[in-house]
Design a protein around this ligand. Structure first.
Ligand code: NOJ
Ligand code: CA
Length: 563
């Protein structure tokens, strides 16, 4: 028991093994779009509490909540105005405690999102920095610089923000501040000790409330080398990202995570963390090491085409990296930043690079498809492949991160009216990149009714007509539905789970087919092609599509118990 659990009487620490996370299934909730209890069109904590039975029925081990903190919503809540409170539109701290208790009562752990690279421009520290002026200690918590050219009227460098447009914004007294993302997201200066101390405080604040783990946003950007003269954009892009790039993935970022690790390990069970770090593959184990955050997202499955050889390479690579870090693999097919996988797999592959580095290119591909025309999309094929990919993912050793709505087989909402869009990437591109709103449309719970059961009165992003047919109500109890497939897969996964290893069954791994076995005889076969494929001997436990006699049809996965 931590001392703080006495301060939060609702909190019941889970009697859980310290390594619960290694092969956990974590379900990502995007709070504003999950369930709206008070009918204002915005999802809230009461909505989550009301859906705890649903979450329990899925058979997940944990939920990860995207930011629910006070925010001006310049970036869907990733612009945090107060790291230790709940946005009043989403709930209260008491409701947060109630939610944790309700989830823990179902043995579901709670992971929250920590956004340490930048705050909101509404954060009291940034407001204080603006008021205090150049050279002040308040400004030293962020990255302020004088401009160039006559009167300092030009930005310190020509760098671009990741959301498009310049990475520097000028304030009324003439200085400029750095924001790698939107102007409303000023970057912290992590060489500042107050910044470091404040985040340790935040981690303890949530851990004391019973939070089981943290997802760390843009974990690879915190420490920066901004000694003068600053490089130009072209120079910056030419520097290899391997430990001493001025911004990305600097070696000393791990000093921060070593400090955080001490905080995590001061709790029982230790709090967990997973890094969102878009770094070159060989650099990933540093984030995932037990002295650091402990886990790092691997997006390689998410960015791979639906293709046997591509999937196999990703799996081999990931298991090798897990061996190096001592962590487990982390599988992701969808999240709040990318086009839903049912839609990606129904679109023709992109054939041109969209980023200047390999990792930017992969990330960009997953984003850019949002603008693909509806005529290019084969919805049935996309969903069929998505179901197959999900069963493949869930049979792999390691943990799986699922995104709300994928259990309904939801497609991206590709045709949102432009006036409804909220994502800064849309406004700053401008309009070229459709942005990420299409995967953030509030969930459909019922087949009809106002906002399809999301709330009583509308939804903050408009839902399309076809959402009703994909709703929980429409799928509940239908054995052929995607919801039933997820429930059954998660139930079986629990009973079949075993050591974090797999063996490729070479006899069946040919051409478009991948087959592997886990140590206890759990076999997974995926057919990425069109022609039916032979299955190994054994009892078929589950398949993503009806079998073709005793063969596995194209774009399908089957699980068997080897005989
Ligand atoms: C990654 C988050 O997943 C994304 O939604 C956000 O826009 C950026 N980081 C900036 O915080
Ligand atoms: Ca609400």
């Amino acid at each position: 028991m931590t001392a703080a659990s006495a301060a939060h009487p609702h909190e019941r620490p889970l009697d859980t093994p310290a390594d619960w996370w290694r092969q956990a299934t974590v379900y990502q909730i995007y709070p504003r779009s999950f369930a709206d209890a008070n009918g204002d069109g915005i999802g809230d904590l009461r909505g989550i509490i009301s859906r705890v039975p649903y979450l329990a029925s899925l058979g997940i081990d944990a939920v990860w909540l995207s930011p629910f903190y006070p925010s001006a919503l310049a970036d869907g809540g990733y612009d945090v105005a107060d790291y230790r409170d709940v946005d009043p539109r989403i709930g209260t701290l008491d409701e947060f405690d109630e939610m944790v208790a309700a989830l823990h009562a179902e043995d579901i752990r709670v992971v929250v999102d920590i956004v340490p690279n930048h705050s909101s421009d509404q954060h009291e520290w940034f407001q204080a920095a603006l008021a205090a002026g150049p050279g002040s200690p308040e400004r030293a918590r962020y990255i302020f610089r004088d401009g160039k050219g006559p009167g300092g009227g030009e930005p310190p460098t020509d760098w671009e923000s990741l959301f498009g447009g310049p990475a520097w914004t000028r304030v009324p007294d003439g200085q400029w501040y750095l924001h790698l993302f939107a102007p409303e997201q000023p970057d912290f200066d992590w060489s500042n000790h107050e910044v470091r101390a404040d985040f340790l405080h935040t981690l303890r604040f949530w851990a004391d409330r019973g939070v089981d783990g943290f997802r760390v946003d843009v974990a690879h950007a915190l420490t920066k080398d901004l000694t003068e003269p600053l490089p130009s954009k072209a120079q910056l892009e030419a520097i290899a990202r391997g430990g001493d790039h001025p911004i990305w993935d600097r070696d000393e970022v791990h000093e921060i995570y070593a400090e955080w690790r001490k905080v995590f390990d001061s709790y029982s069970p230790p709090r967990t963390a997973v890094a969102e770090a878009w770094v070159e593959r060989h650099r990933r184990p540093r984030y995932a090491s037990p002295e650091g955050l402990g886990q790092a997202f691997e997006f390689d499955l998410l960015t791979a085409e639906f293709e046997a050889q591509a999937f196999r390479e990703v799996v081999d690579d990931s298991l090798e990296l897990a061996g190096i870090s001592g962590s487990s693999s982390t599988w992701v097919l969808s999240n709040h930043d990318v086009v839903r996988h049912a839609t990606r797999y129904g679109l023709p592959p992109l054939d041109k690079p969209v980023g200047s580095t390999e990792s930017e290119d992969k990330q960009g591909r997953a984003w850019i498809l949002a603008g693909a025309p509806e005529e290019a999309l084969d919805r049935d094929l996309g969903l069929r492949r998505a179901r197959a990919a999900t069963l493949f993912e869930l049979a792999l050793p390691g943990s799986a991160y699922l995104y709300q709505g994928e259990e309904l087989g939801l497609h991206e909402v590709g045709d949102l009216p432009d006036e409804a869009r909220q994502d800064p990437t849309y406004f700053r591109s401008p309009g070229v990149d459709k942005g990420r709103d299409g995967c953030r449309v509030p969930l459909p719970w019922t087949t009809t009714g106002s906002s399809f059961g999301f709330g009583d009165d509308g939804a903050h992003l408009p839902q399309p007509e076809w959402f009703g047919a994909s709703s929980v109500e429409a799928q509940d109890g239908d054995p052929a539905s995607t919801l039933s497939l997820y429930r059954e897969a998660l139930r079986l996964r629990r009973s079949l789970q075993s050591a974090e290893r797999l063996e490729w069954l070479e006899e069946f791994t040919r051409g478009d087919v991948l087959a592997f076995a886990r140590p206890n005889g759990w076999v997974c076969v995926t057919n990425f092609g069109d022609e039916p494929a032979a299955l190994p001997d054994g009892e078929v436990l589950l398949s993503s599509a009806p079998l073709d006699g005793d063969r596995l049809p194209g774009a399908a996965t089957a699980w068997l118990r080897a005989s």
